[in-house]
Design a protein around this ligand. Structure first.
Ligand code: HEC
Length: 152
């Protein structure tokens, strides 16, 4: 009889042990996959592709076309700096009959033709006056600014 009761006690203990293990395993595996606890707020971020492949025609042409080249966004040089760098050499002292800087009598008759015409002549050159007054990189508005600076 005593053997039987010992066997019984062991069986109960073993069953209790197995029950505890199953119960524990159940909590362990189910608690971590409860739908309510999954954080989906960053899900899109986490599963999005690392890079994107562009196939010809995919690229937004409008964006590429409206991106301005660097030369257009660069700041305009002031009339003073253009004059000092490119025009002063001749126009300061009137080399080869160049109308002198700030000299009213030299410029009076020329100004009568209008600023637009002076800019045009400055771009094309005239006599000893080289095209664009040697400032090959000058824009029309930069040349105009230089002329406006030197006729004052
Ligand atoms: C190599 C010398 C020289 C340089 C450099 C020069 N000029 Fe002249 N420029 C002249 C001479 C000479 C004349 C007179 C031309 C004439 O009337 O025949 C003149 C005339 C002009 C006139 C009057 C044109 C007209 O219709 O009568 C303007 C405007 C002018 N220059 C602007 C400029 C500007 C702006 C620069 C600099 C970006 C410049 N020049 C650089 C020699 C020069």
């Amino acid at each position: 009889m005593s053997d039987n009761s010992l066997y019984f006690k062991r069986s109960v203990l073993a069953l209790a042990g197995i029950a505890i293990i199953i119960y524990g395993a159940n909590i362990f595996f189910t608690s971590s996959v409860t739908p309510n606890t999954i954080d989906t707020s960053t899900l899109e971020d986490r599963i999005k592709p690392i890079g994107q492949v562009y196939i010809e025609g995919d690229i937004d042409v409008n964006v590429v076309m409206t991106a301005k080249p660097k030369t257009e966004t660069k700041k305009l040089r002031s009339g003073k700096s253009v004059y000092t760098a490119s025009c002063a050499g001749c126009h300061n002292i009137g080399v080869a009959g160049a109308p002198k800087f700030g000299n009213k009598t030299d410029w009076a008759s020329r100004l009568k033709r209008g600023m637009d015409d002076l800019v045009k002549v400055a771009i094309l050159g005239k006599g000893a006056m080289p095209p664009k007054g040697t400032c090959g990189t000058c824009s029309t508005s930069e040349l105009r600014a230089a002329i406006e600076y030197m006729v004052k």
